[in-house]
Design a binder for this molecule. Structure first.
Ligand code: 5AD
Length: 339
């Protein structure tokens, strides 16, 4: 079956038994294609300082939260923890900051993490839009994956959830994704699911966007209101949280069908709605989990949205976790001609 917009929108509208069947077959397809291994990425939330003012985000520039940036030693301590516990790789995530100092610090941290793990830890960066030169610098320092969500591939919707200025340009976001590919990164993107004004056809187009971008990784999850942000305060109809949760699981399943060999994360936002969220996403085709390694004292200042879970219970999925492996997406090796 070729998966076009109608088939995908149909999948995203499935309910009840039909939905369960979809999730199950996507889980099965994952097993058959890339196996049932789950890869860990230790998440280090480096800083909540952000120059952007996205209308939905809890760490937007005008949010009233105390600013923090981890010290280099704190980041290295997280990385050592990941290495000792055989995590395979870490993600350094933070607000968008283009200062010279920030760029240098990240490059230094990447090199130090490589050193302390004798090259063992893979490094993913998720630090927003940067110049191609910066992306190249960080790649040369040793980072090999980059996550930059498109948030929504619909330009009109993108505009409705971002301030209307040149700092929040949809075109620049697309260019940044292209620049990342040119630099040689394994590139990940993703969207928020259940945004005000977003329908199943928009989401189906998001899936086709990811396929057309030929991405290697995806992290996507439900939109969850973050108190006091303009989008949370705006009036208008909203999808109930259970619906956003169900849609997110169906998005994971549909993306697995569309791109069987990429890495798909079972994201934290899923867990924020239902405790079983990440586990269900694994069953529906996800193969990556990002346990949070950020020191507890800072976690409250990195509330992207409300009810963000503060810890991770890996016991249930323990059996399938592939410790000590980078878990590169099969898609990337194919894309870059390794096999
Ligand atoms: N709900 C869900 N996800 C959010 N993010 C930011 N704010 C929210 C929210 N309110 C996600 C964005 C961003 C990532 C770091 O966090 O998709 O890319």
């Amino acid at each position: 079956m070729t998966l076009g917009i109608d088939e995908l929108a149909g999948m995203l509208s499935a309910e009840g038994d039909e939905m369960e069947a979809l999730l199950e077959s996507a889980g099965k397809l994952k097993k058959e294609t890339i196996g049932d291994g789950i890869y860990l990425r230790g998440l280090i939330e480096y800083s909540n300082i952000c120059r952007k003012d996205c209308l939905y985000c809890g760490i937007r520039r005008s949010a009233a939260v105390g600013c923090y940036t981890l010290s280099e030693e704190e980041v290295l301590e997280c990385a050592r923890f990941a290495h000792r516990n055989n995590y395979g790789s870490v993600v350094i995530q933070g607000g968008e900051n283009q200062s010279r100092e920030h760029i240098e610090t990240i490059a230094r941290l990447v090199r130090q993490i490589k050193e302390l793990s004798c090259g063992g830890l893979g490094i993913t960066l998720s630090l927003g839009e940067q110049t191609e030169e910066t992306y190249r610098r960080w790649f040369e320092a040793g980072a090999h994956r980059y996550l930059l969500r498109i948030e929504t591939s619909d330009e009109r919707l993108y505009r409705s959830i971002h301030p209307d200025d040149s700092l929040h340009s949809y075109a620049l976001r697309l260019e940044a994704l292209e620049a990342l590919k040119r630099c040689g990164y394994q590139v990940g993107t993703g969207v928020m699911i259940g945004l005000p004004g977003q329908g199943v056809e928009d989401l189906a187009r998001d899936l086709l966007f990811m396929r057309d971008m030929d991405i290697d990784m995806c992290g996507m999850g439900p939109y969850v209101e973050s108190q006091q942000t303009p989008l949370a305060c705006a009036s208008g109809p909203r999808l109930p949280l259970e619906k956003r949760y169900g849609l997110s699981l169906k998005m994971v399943a549909a993306l697995r069908m569309l791109m069987p060999d990429i890495n798909i994360a079972a994201t934290t936002a899923l867990q924020a709605i239902f405790p079983q969220g990440r586990l269900r996403a694994i069953g529906a085709g996800a193969n990556v989990i990002m346990p949070n390694l950020t020191p507890a004292t800072y976690r409250e200042s990195y509330f992207l949205y409300d009810n963000k879970p503060l810890s991770f219970d890996s016991k249930i999925i323990e059996n399938n976790i592939r410790y000590g492996e980078w878990g590169d997406p099969v898609h990337f090796s194919k894309r870059s001609g390794d096999c």
